[in-house]
Design a protein around this ligand. Structure first.
Ligand SMILES: [Zn+2]
Length: 496
């Protein structure tokens, strides 16, 4: 057992989710640096400060691997037909319109709203796929990372960890006229992009992802440590070449080589829409996945976001290289993107993580269940992703565990976050579920996870703790009122 001290905190819920199952009668011990030092029987506690969490189950904080925080302003504003056939592409024009109107302070307010809702939903860390770099007219700010820093500040103020996945964006597409609404995104040459990325990493005191630099004490957005954490980083950078449509191959290769040299995470939109796949075939004679695979750009640092319209060969190339797929089912159903072939990915041992992407809804448990539900609707079957073919009393638990892993451990791997599981040495990033909540009341210890994954709504999430510090308590975030008020003002100004 780790050495205990009076400065340690013992969180004592009814149940703790460790190693794929709920344990009762245990306490989670957290040191002053916000890390888990032990999980012990509650009756063996000694001098720690006790925090009793009555009628609660504790689960690892979830990881939202794909977010565009500012898109929160679009919620409810795009749910009508704008053309003969409304689609991702017509929605995108509306998104660009919103993106072209937000000041740095607006981006902070919109991001804070999105992150606050994530916190209320049990999310402890986010991968922010950030592509707003420049002023409204496309001119560069004096600090080329001004807007990225506004987003990082928003995450810090809400208390979430953030991987700022800085987007490289060059063009509208292969043989496509420039779209003036993309002016805020564009950095035309890789040198400029990498210089700006380097500057941001430097400002965060981080050149690499946190999992590559375990044991380092550098952290924080300005060298300081939000929440007093000593070792686990609150903000770090990764690269995000937007897509093969928006970034030509030579540029893409330079960005990925840079990231590989420094062990940074790489996120890219891949095969979200059939039109993206056909444009890539036209330009390179290969699909997007075949292109990145044949150029040697895939690795276990690479996350392919969406990866819906793929061939069996693409799936095996993800499997061979250890690349991860990030599914965003609530956005994919909203935009009519299609269904992620999660069954094929899992059959080939490709890990899947989850993102709330456009934030039509921010509820990672909903994304987890949709991963399975979309396949049920498509195949007219149940329990499609269950790994067991034989009947088993633990069957539903296994499926729930698999889906929850997508929302937690796989997400952490994808964005290089230090959490994702309640284990010694990892940060005390967790959320609680009220065992008396109407949506899950009556669940037994064995079927609790399935009840949470398939049936819980956000009301069941009552406390959220990041790095040992509470950010949500009794279902309310510490700065909720102010965040909502400022965001409501922003929406009024934006939409009249
Ligand atoms: Zn996206």
């Amino acid at each position: 057992m780790a050495e205990l001290s009076a400065h340690e905190i013992a969180f004592v819920p009814d149940l703790i989710y460790v190693e794929g199952q709920f344990k009762s009668g245990s306490a989670l011990i957290c040191n002053p640096a916000g890390q888990i030092t032990d999980v012990v029987p509650a009756d063996q506690l000694t001098g720690q400060k006790r925090v009793r969490l009555a009628n609660r189950a504790v689960l690892p904080g979830m990881i939202n691997a794909h977010s565009h925080a500012f898109q929160r302003v679009l919620r409810g504003r795009t749910e009508y037909r704008t053309a003969d056939k409304d689609s991702f592409w017509t929605w995108r024009e509306m998104m660009y319109l919103a993106a072209s109107r937000l000041t740095p302070e607006d981006i902070y307010d919109a991001s804070r709203m999105a992150f606050l809702e994530m916190a209320l939903g049990g999310i402890a860390a986010v991968g922010e796929f950030h592509y707003l770099h420049h002023a409204l007219d496309g001119r560069h700010y004096d600090d080329p990372n001004l807007l990225a820093k506004e987003v990082i500040r928003a995450a810090g103020d809400v208390g979430l960890r953030i991987a700022l996945l800085r987007v490289a964006y060059v063009r509208s597409g292969f043989q496509t006229e420039p779209n003036p609404r993309q002016a805020r995104f564009i950095e035309r040459d890789p040198e400029t992009y990498l210089k700006n990325l380097d500057a941001l990493a430097g400002d965060l005191n981080q050149g690499t992802s946190p999992t590559a630099r375990e044991g380092s004490s550098k952290s924080g957005t300005d060298g300081a440590l939000p929440h007093g954490r000593a070792t686990d980083p609150s903000a770090w950078v990764g690269v995000a070449p937007h897509s093969v449509r928006a970034v030509p191959l030579d540029y893409l290769k330079q960005v990925i080589a840079y990231a590989n040299d420094r062990d940074l995470r790489i996120h890219m939109h891949v095969a979200e829409q059939p039109a993206e796949v056909s444009a890539c075939v036209e330009e390179y004679g290969r699909t997007p996945t075949a292109l990145v695979e044949s150029e040697g750009l895939l690795s276990d640092r690479f996350t392919a976001v969406h990866a819906i319209h793929v061939t069996p060969k693409a799936i095996s190339s993800f499997a061979k290289t250890g690349a991860i797929v990030c599914a965003c089912p609530t956005t994919e159903r909203n935009l009519g993107d299609g269904v992620v072939p999660a069954d094929e990915y899992l059959r080939n041992d490709v890990a899947i993580c989850l993102g709330t992407d456009s934030h039509t809804q921010i509820d990672l448990l909903e994304d987890a269940r949709e991963l399975e539900y979309h396949l049920r609707l498509q195949k007219l079957e149940r329990a499609v992703l269950d790994r067991h073919s034989q009947a088993s009393s633990l069957k539903s638990q296994d499926l729930a565990e698999l889906l929850f892993d997508c929302a937690a451990t796989n997400g952490a791997r994808s964005i290089g976050a230090p959490g994702g599981a309640l284990e010694v040495g990892k940060p005390a990033d967790f959320f609680t579920i009220d065992l008396n909540d109407a949506a899950i009341a009556g669940a037994s210890q064995d079927d609790l996870l399935a009840s949470i994954v398939f049936s819980a709504s956000r009301t069941a999430i009552r406390e959220v703790v990041v790095g040992g510090k509470p950010i949500v308590s009794e279902g309310q975030h510490l700065i909720q009122e102010e965040v909502v008020e400022r965001f409501t003002d922003l929406q009024r100004r934006l939409w009249g």
